[in-house]
Design a protein around this ligand. Structure first.
Ligand code: GLU
Length: 258
């Protein structure tokens, strides 16, 4: 299987913005093992702005563009240093790929990107992808990595996209406010009611939230790719997700999609 796995800032970092070392170590071990089992893995990793903010001693997500872009530049470095070091322990090579919307939308750039990804996969390299936050301008800004992961999955013709987050999946209501909220295990169609219920960003450092996840699901489903939202607090659940077990919420690919 070719799998695109997205990890959110809330999975990678503590509330302080500093790296959640245990979590990141487990994630890298599990992803290495999944690669060893013969799967192709592309990791879409958030956390640049969050980690950069932590390293710069900022207490919350910066508001102004230049501080955001500066924090992302610092944090992206920290992220790749961490991944390179941890994946090396399991003899896996990582590559950094930073994108903006125009790299995906412009046909020529998209074709180059497609070829680069496939060449990296031929070399058994694990691409680590993020938005190019320190240069992206508003016009070309995707702004959250859930949709970025889904867009990447369409470029590499993935079999599955997994969004690891701080929530268990899509619920019938907001589980932080409504104790009667129920996890929806399987979604064949995204309804207007689901979109209406999806609020804004859930954490101090992340930018996604459920609205972005539903947008990502729509992109993947339309492209004929299944997508799973699951809780990233125990990255070992990736084994079960790949085996097709009922974990989190699975959005089912449209049958007629190419
Ligand atoms: N690209 C952003 C970062 O690495 C994260 C976007 C998101 O939270 O989805 O900081």
């Amino acid at each position: 299987m070719r799998i695109v796995i997205k990890v959110g800032t809330s999975t990678l970092a503590h509330a302080t913005g500093n790296t959640n070392i245990r979590r990141v170590e487990t994630l890298c071990r599990v992803l290495s093992d999944i690669k060893n089992a013969g799967h192709e893995v592309l990791l879409v990793s958030s956390g640049a702005t969050g980690m950069g903010s932590g390293k710069l001693g900022l207490l919350k997500k910066p508001e102004d563009i230049s501080t955001k872009q500066a924090a992302a530049a610092v944090g992206q470095c920290e992220l790749m240093y961490t991944y390179d070091k941890l994946f090396q322990q399991y003899n896996h090579c990582v590559a950094q790929v930073l994108l903006t919307r125009s790299d995906i939308e412009d046909p020529t750039r998209r074709a180059h990107l497609h070829n680069t990804f496939f060449r990296l996969l031929d070399f058994h390299v694990l691409p680590v992808i993020n938005e190019n936050d320190s240069v992206a301008t508003e016009e070309f800004f995707i702004g959250e990595n859930d949709s970025l992961a889904a867009l990447v999955s369409t470029i590499v013709e993935a079999d599955l996209v997994v969004l690891l987050s701080d929530i268990d999946g899509l619920f019938t209501a907001d589980p932080r406010k409504d104790p009667a909220a129920r996890l929806i295990e399987r979604v064949e169609e995204i309804t207007p009611q689901m979109l209406q219920q999806a609020g804004g960003s859930g954490s101090d450092f992340g930018s996604g939230g459920m609205a972005a996840k539903l947008n990502a699901a729509q992109i993947a489903m339309n492209a004929g790719i299944d997508m799973v939202i699951a809780n990233g607090s125990h990255p070992e659940i990736l084994y079960d997700i790949i085996e097709g077990k009922n974990i989190g919420t699975r959005f089912i690919a449209r049958k007629e999609a190419s």
